[in-house]
Design a protein around this ligand. Sequence first.
Ligand code: NAD
Length: 362
Amino acid sequence: MAHDVALIPGDGIGPEITEAMRRVVDASGAQISWHVAEAGAAQIERCGTPLPPETIELVRELGVAIKGPVTTPVGMGFRSVNVALRHTFDLYACVRPCRSLPGDGSRYRDVDVVIVRENTEDLYAGIEFEPDAPEVERLAELVAASGQKAFRPGSAISVKPISAEGSRRIVTYAFEYARRCGRKKVTAVHKANIMKATDGLFLRVAREVAESYPDIAFEDKIVDACCMGLVQDPGQFDVLVLPNLYGDIVSDLCAGLVGGLGMAPGANIGDKLAVFEATHGSAPDIAGKDIANPTAEILSAAMMLDHLGEAEAAARVRAAVTATLAEGTTVTADVRRALTGSVAGAAGTAAFADAVIACMSK
Ligand code: NAD
């Protein structure tokens, strides 16, 4: 029986990489019935929002979606479609495996780190006040009354809520993931030396949760030291669990260890729903040129196939991507540049997908 999956192509390089991904999945032996849904700035004119209600309803109904990236204006304009989807469906766990592949173009070998990022709280909660908002004055009064240091008049404020409940479920998810996947260690990443209330709470809860998993090693690291450790010796890390913003930043750092953003897949998981997507954004600088690397989106689809119980198809997809990269003749410009210093002879997005499909039929 075919699995019904919502496919949100997104914008920028989204349509190109999701088309490549769809062709690879269709060739993997898994039966998928794709239901295309739109999101992004182009929808605002049509229905007044970048995330149309029919897209939300389709994802709710099908329970599984895979999406391309969606552009979010910087500093002003509408809020992120990606953040809205994660909040609407309470997709609290963002799972991003970063594994070295042969021929990935990275200077690092044998990296195998899994990021488990909290997806709903922290500075991504979307509670913000512009400098001239009346709430800023009221907040200033509250802060003054609490006896804490004042902030400058006319400051903009972004609120960083971190709850015990939100921390407990993401850290528990990380330990359960570690147990299920045979991983040895969970590292909680924080800045509790400075943000004693918010990150302090996250760390306290992480330590508590760790006590229930004596079979998995536990440590904590301050986020800046963790970044240095990752660059110096990524082999010391296994599963990292992080609040939202550090998770976002460390995800890109780890993508850089395994060949770049074109290589890093991901999944947003809730209790009822899952939305799969690459770590990278819409890459407007290369959109529409058939040069984007679809590997991250294809590997996100492999995670989706596992989630759907199609482990064999998922393994076929991963093996074909690995073999195509290892062979090294049909690789996209980002990988080619990393390997040879030049993009001469690079394959396009569609040609790379063709090579992966050809590998599967060998
Ligand atoms: P980005 O990830 O889009 O691009 C960063 C750099 O990596 C660019 O040079 C880009 O060309 C390159 N890159 C990214 N993906 C690639 C791929 N598959 N193949 C080859 N090169 C690739 O980050 P950005 O430029 O900061 O963000 C662009 C837009 O994407 C912003 O509007 C941002 O808000 C949005 N964004 C969306 C998501 C999402 O939809 N989940 C995630 C991150 C950023």
